[in-house]
Unconditional design. Sequence first.
Length: 160
Amino acid sequence: MKVLQMEATAKAPRSRSSGAGASNAGFWRMAHDLSTQTEHERITRISSGFESVWLSAVKVTFNLTNPALAILANVSNSTVERRIKSKTPLDSVLSERIDRLAQVAVLAEEIFEDKGVAGTWMSTPNDALGGKTPLSLCETELGARQVRRVLHAIEWGGVA
């Protein structure tokens, strides 16, 4: 698995852009909406494909470059750029990956009680995760499970 390299930036949260949801606040709103759905509803949405605005929202929220987003999406950089510009739904594989990322991000926000802290934590290499970022581990369900374990350890006062 490729290691997702995060763009090291100290940017303030960006304001809402022209695409609905293509902002830091948009990501968190969409992620919370998704987390209130039943598993059946989420599976249906994954099967029909998430809106392409999710890519822009993930990019903005986690301060990703297009190449870093391409690694997370497991597609080429040009494909990421095309998908960001398009209004066509994402495929089910990428939609499932974004669903997984959104669920973990919402858990991080609940534990840290702050969207900014959760976003930074998701983008920062973590020793308890073998020096990888939680964001990069969300590429797979097994990796996301490791991230959830670390988050629960933090929640319960363990070392992470």
